[in-house]
Design a protein around this ligand. Structure first.
Ligand SMILES: [Zn+2]
Length: 81
């Protein structure tokens, strides 16, 4: 039984904090993704583990795919008329 590895590895996303400029890896549970009606309202957010700052960054299509595929909690924003 060589080369045995865990079938489900914890997914980690590399992120950086714009406030303290720390770089770290976040588990899927530490990230949240909000998908809005337009690109301007589609973003992901997390809390910096170093300084506690709430970070929000725009998420492009590729990032959205990455995050949803990694099991990040997704919130779909609906525009109310
Ligand atoms: Zn920070």
């Amino acid at each position: 039984m060589s080369g045995l590895s865990a079938s489900v590895a914890p997914v980690l996303f590399k992120a950086a904090c714009p406030d303290c400029r720390c770089r770290f890896e976040l588990a899927a549970g530490a990230l949240r993704l909000a998908i809005g009606a337009s690109r301007r309202t589609t973003f992901y957010s997390f809390t910096c583990p170093e300084c506690g700052s709430a970070v929000r960054k725009p998420a492009g299509e590729r990032i959205v795919e990455l995050l949803t595929g990694g099991g990040v909690r997704t919130l779909r924003l609906h525009t109310t008329a």
